[in-house]
Design a protein around this ligand. Sequence first.
Ligand SMILES: Nc1nc2c(ncn2[C@@H]2O[C@H](COP(=O)(O)OP(=O)(O)OP(=O)(O)O)[C@@H](O)[C@H]2O)c(=O)[nH]1
Ligand SMILES: [Mg+2]
Length: 653
Amino acid sequence: MRTLNLGILAHVDAGKTTLTERLLFVAGVIDQLGSVDDGNTQTDSLPLERQRGITIKSAVVSFEVNGVVINLIDTPGHPDFIAEVERVLTVLDGAVLVVSAVEGVQAQTRVLMRTLQRLGVPSLIFINKIDRSGAQEGPILQGISDRLTPGIIAMGSPYGLGTHDPGFTPYDPADPGFTSRLTSQLADRDDALLAAYVGDEKVPYDQVRHALVTQLRAAQVHPVYFGSAVTGAGVEALIEGITEFLPTVEGDAEGPVAGSVFKVERGPSGEKIAYVRVFSGTVRIRDRLRFGDNAEGKVTAIHLFDHGKAVHQGTVTAGHIAKLTGLVDIQIGDAIGTPRTTAGHYFAPPSLETVVVPSNPADKGALHSALTQLAEQDPLINLRQDDVRQEIYLSLYGEVQKEVIQATLASEYAIDVTFRETTAICVERPAGTGTALEVLGKGENPYVATVGLRVEPAPAGAGIEFRPDVTIDGIPIHAFKDVEAFRRTVETAVRNALRQGIHGWQVTDCIVTMTKSGFVSATSAKDFRLLTPLVLMDALSRAGTIVCEPIHRLHLDVPADTVGQMLAALARLRALPETPVIRGSECTIEGVIPAGRVHLLQEQLSGLTRGEGVLESALDHYEPVSGTAPSRPHTGVHPLNRTEYLRQMKRGV
Ligand SMILES: Nc1nc2c(ncn2[C@@H]2O[C@H](COP(=O)(O)OP(=O)(O)OP(=O)(O)O)[C@@H](O)[C@H]2O)c(=O)[nH]1
Ligand SMILES: [Mg+2]
């Protein structure tokens, strides 16, 4: 039987979990519909999800319709949990992007569609909530075409919008009007179809359908369905579309094992369970698998998803999703066997951080191990400990994520924590060019090597570029496998050292050139590894750095009569709004705001707008900080502190 790994994606609250519940009901997996508002759906199963009515973790459920086994992944829509969605994207054969018929295209809808198209994930669009008052057909389609993607194809027409009993009539393939509309929409990207269309021939539906499937699978067009997850309207037609149009990719069951871990959870006795999409090969119980950074483990149990349950199996083959037990060191994002693609980052990194403080100082050690354990299973948790003050820094997407971490620590680890104020994660860019040189046997060079480096600025967004501009006679081949190994060692030392610049922030947008290299027969690889950071920090100090803060793009929907107060508040928060766009009693304000101020705006929003304002924001770019540059304490021994660095390196730390 065909298997389809299907993601349900959308902006927060569009109805993904409700739609998932409805699909399980229609497929006969559950005989009673749960609801998000009652906290009893299949996929929002965590206590915190049920309590808050939002999805926090992605969840897998399986059902069978029209002869296709569908492994459905319900994902969170809140932007604070975007990293959770990122992991899921790499394991999908197809997706349904849900859009609310009332709210229309929202900030996260755009982010998701851009990413689906970039990754080439074939996606259908489901316009949900047509039972709600304010739901409209034409304006929503227009909005999607203008603001999301022009490549949309309505597969039918809704009726009874805004009533308790709406419906959806799919267009009939035998209807010449539909075929002709479809042809004109698809002909742009299909020469044969264009010729037939221009030649005024009557194009057979099969040919049009073929073009539709081809363009859908290239993520160029997106069939659109209307319905309501709550009433069930349009859901049958959506299922038809899913099973008819979305591709299933089986992969080679005989090939080498390759898979991707998109979720990690702990079983009843604390054992790790990895959710894996197998792209190639067959995994059996007791197989030893290699994964991540050279780790290895033995599979002790395999569960496949079947009719809403996880069922014990002896093997899992290419094309399927399974839960693997026994891989002790596995982490979310790991590739298993030969990776298909390296798991990339498709969304902006977190731009905020906070310090986590245990309410009881004696819990410090327990807190650190709890957070480390959570970080292995949660792509959102990124830890850093400052050695001097022993404080635990946590990077963040936003305030809701912070509350979730606090609640998880309390319920699962019985640790109460508070947070310091949320601050922005800055970066450092070189202010100019700086060079430094340590010559073997000269001055105070503590190592048996010569290293010269130059640091200079690169354009914003360029990242770090390393240029090994040295001749072969400066490279101690006796200490390395080959020239490439030498280059890798120096480049790794450079990149590691740049994680913390003069002010403690990641250094970026720079070119580092190795200008000189020298050795004697006693030189080892370690001499280059340890000397490079010292020289680099000298060069960077001479270049000087500019601390830049993250700036978010914001989108505010507020009542028109509150615009004046809103603009005044934005000015106080150093935001730069563009001209507000007023439509009747509603107003939209776009603009930019320092990331560190977003939570303050969020706090004031409700009071300023009688609880009606909606704020969305996402990282846009970095900008030099005006005034005193914020710095953050270095972690570990930093080469800027030369005496301490040499002392610790001698001790082999
Ligand atoms: N009237 C109406 N309400 C709906 C419909 N679908 C979902 N809702 C409601 O919208 C709210 C959000 O629904 P969810 O299913 O939790 O939305 P979600 O997309 O899963 O939300 P997150 O996972 O938190 O991003 C709930 O109150 C649902 O009852 C619909 O078709 N009609
Ligand atoms: Mg949900």
